[in-house]
Design a binder for this molecule. Structure first.
Ligand code: ASP
Length: 353
């Protein structure tokens, strides 16, 4: 009996070892994809000077190269999207981290989320004022807490406890965003005078004008795993602790190895109501729709039909990309490689093609 038990234990450990060896020797495929956005909105050719346009392309390229360096080495999609979004958060050109838009109270309240398609683990923070890189705080929530979403002062205390970089709220200030707050306030009061009940069209015009620059990244790594990350200052002149779609898993951010990784940008209230990112994933999983079809249906039809606007970036498990938007422009880019011997393809764009 003893001998039989010993034999069973021996065979079991051999089979475990064999399984581990199979996973360990699985070579990276050589194929990876990274797609990014720097926000969608009223971005027309006339508004952007050639010098500024160049700056945007440089910033997008820097973010792409940071993330793809990780993917190129066989690193994780999750690490790539976090590193990419950190670069964009640190760049004052974008409405995330430094350069975030101001609330009606004249402060910056930041939202961010990250999701791992391999495990469906997710983390997010909302309304934080002192965390230099909210995307890293979101990842810490995912990996070092038992929660998914932490908000406000609690999220800041958690980030500090985890040793993340805490900054004075003044760090996020940029004169451009401060001016757009003043413009938004002026428009708001004019809208009040013209229509004390705030007609939908006046409010939407005001909100549309000063809202762009949210950042996001989605990636497929060489091991076939997907991840998504989004970070934003939200909407200029937002009030009452308003939180948008970005930190809400399934609305502004979602990743699932079975389907797709998505990061959204646009008028958050509509993305929340449409449960944007998860709806696209569900269309793919249960409706057998292609990524392009599902994303176009949601962004080009359902979103405008409700009165919203914006765009998104997505990559599916096969490496297909979609970057639809129904606004004038979306800061965007991708870098990808089909196989270890294939060429690296990279592009950035701002306006409609
Ligand atoms: N979706 C963001 C929000 O509503 C804003 C944006 O993407 O421009 O907070």
């Amino acid at each position: 009996m003893k001998r039989l038990l010993f034999l069973i234990a021996f065979l079991w450990s051999v089979s475990l070892l064999a399984q581990q060896t199979v996973t360990a020797v699985q070579p990276p495929s050589g194929k990876y994809v990274l797609v990014i956005h720097g926000g969608a909105g009223t971005i027309s050719k006339g508004q952007v000077t050639p010098a500024l346009e160049k700056r945007y392309h440089e910033a997008l390229n820097k973010a792409l190269l940071t993330g793809s360096a990780i993917l190129e080495k066989g690193g994780k999609a999750l690490d790539a999207v976090e590193a990419t979004v950190r670069v964009l958060e640190d760049d004052p050109l974008f409405n995330a981290g430094k350069g975030a838009v101001f609330t009606a109270e004249g402060i910056n309240e930041l939202d961010a989320a990250i999701m791992d398609g391999a495990t469906l683990a997710a983390g997010s923070v909302a309304g934080v004022r002192t965390i230099r890189n909210p995307i890293t705080a979101a990842r810490a929530v995912m990996e070092r807490s038992e929660h998914v979403l932490l908000a406000g002062r609690g999220a800041e205390a958690f980030a500090a406890q985890q040793g993340l970089e805490i900054v004075d709220p003044a760090y996020f200030y940029t004169p451009e965003r401060w001016e757009s707050l003043q413009r938004a306030k002026k428009r708001d009061s004019l809208a009040h005078l013209a229509a004390p009940n705030h007609t939908a069209s006046l409010v939407s015009e005001q909100q549309r004008k000063d809202r762009y620059g949210t950042v996001g990244a989605v990636a497929l790594d060489q091991h076939g795993h997907l991840a998504a990350a989004t970070s934003t200052g939200g909407m200029t002149n937002k009030k009452w602790g308003r939180v948008g779609d970005a930190p809400i898993i399934g609305s502004g951010t979602y990743a699932n190895d079975k389907t797709v990784a998505i990061s959204c940008t646009g008028w958050g209230e509509y993305y929340l109501r449409l449960v944007m990112a998860k709806s696209i994933s569900d269309r793919m999983e249960f409706g057998q729709q292609s990524l392009q079809y599902a994303a176009d249906e949601m962004i080009m039809k359902q979103l405008p039909a409700l009165g919203g606007d914006g765009g998104l970036i997505a990559v599916d498990k096969q490496g297909n990309m979609a970057l639809p938007f129904c606004t004038e422009g979306m800061y965007r880019g991708y870098i990808r490689r089909e196989s270890s011997t294939g060429p690296v393809q990279k592009a950035t764009a701002i306006f409609k093609e």
